[in-house]
Every structure is written in structure tokens, then in C-alpha cells.
Design a protein around this ligand. Sequence first.
Ligand SMILES: [Fe+2]
Ligand SMILES: [Fe+2]
Length: 198
Amino acid sequence: MWDPENIPWEEYDQLIQKMLKPSRYKHSHCVMERAVELAEKNGADVTKARLAGLLHDIMKNVEQKEMLQFIEDSGIILLYADLCAPQLWHAIAGAAYLKEKLGIDDPDVLNAVRYHTTGRAGMSKLEKVVYLADLTSADRDYPDVKKARKIADRSLDEGVLYGSEYLISDLVQQERVLHPDTLACYDELIRQGVKTGR
Ligand SMILES: [Fe+2]
Ligand SMILES: [Fe+2]
């Protein structure tokens, strides 16, 4: 049972150190720190942000076959669109791992992990915080990361919109499939009148 007062931080840290490659382990800490920063700035739950940030990529370095098996064993039915996007399996499997293996049953924490790669329509504040922490953590060095950080610091919605635009155009450039959750995330923010002012 989820108990925010008694989170075994040390145990979780050792677990991800075992499960992740060193660079991914470092990334997890950077995302955790950035998630805390964004949560404090935006009035999101700081403990949940820290936890989701630390654990968001827990399944990232697991073999794809094993990941799919774990997803199946957890009773999750993948959509065709999910099957076409292997880069997001670790997010689905990660949320399932948190629930099944670590007993974390807070829906907001689980969704923050589940949707950190695609985003989705109707994201909570915590989901936006973790999505943006992943995109703008200190270890990230893609072109325009400074711009992404600046926009995320200004507004969660603008940051998520910028992230979706970046992701969509990157996937289009590579002629890869777009996941419907990413499009729904983008569409919703546009309909709400959010602009990044790029
Ligand atoms: Fe990830
Ligand atoms: Fe990540």
C-alpha cells in the first residue's frame, strides 16, 4: 500500500542503480531533481514528483521482449498504436512495475510514469511536471534544450505544448509513427489557446 510518509528511497535508489545503465541512472536523478524544482514552482505534490521522477525510466534498459511479457503478465492490453511505438513500452511497463512490484498505487504517480513519453489529453499537474522534467533535466543536451527549459520554467502548459511540437516534428522528420496520445496532448493545448510564443 502506498504510504508517502514511508517511501524506501534508499531501496528504490539501489533498485534503479541495479536495473539501469550508469547514464540512465544519472538521468533518473537529474529528472528527479528537475521534477522537484518544477513541482515546487507550480504547486504540485513534491513527494510524488520526486518519486515519479526517480522511477520514471525504471524499465528503460530491460529487453523489449521481457518488457512486453511483463506488460502482458500485468493484464495490460496494448493498442495497435502502442505496439507500433516501442520507444514508449518502457513507460507502460514502468507504471506496471511500480504498481505490481513496488506496491505504488497512487494513480497520479502511475500516470506520470505511464505518460512521460507521449503526454496525453487531460494531463494532471504532476504528469506535466514529470513530462517536462524528463525533457528538460540537467543531463539533456538536444538542440533547443535551453529554449525548452526557459518555456517550461515559464509555464507547464506552454512547456508541454513545446515538447509535443518538438516530439511530433522530430518523429515526422524521421518518418516514424505518431502516437495518438501525443496528438491528443497537442490538440488539447491548442484548443485551450495555449501558445509557446516561439
Ligand atoms: Fe523514458
Ligand atoms: Fe527519462
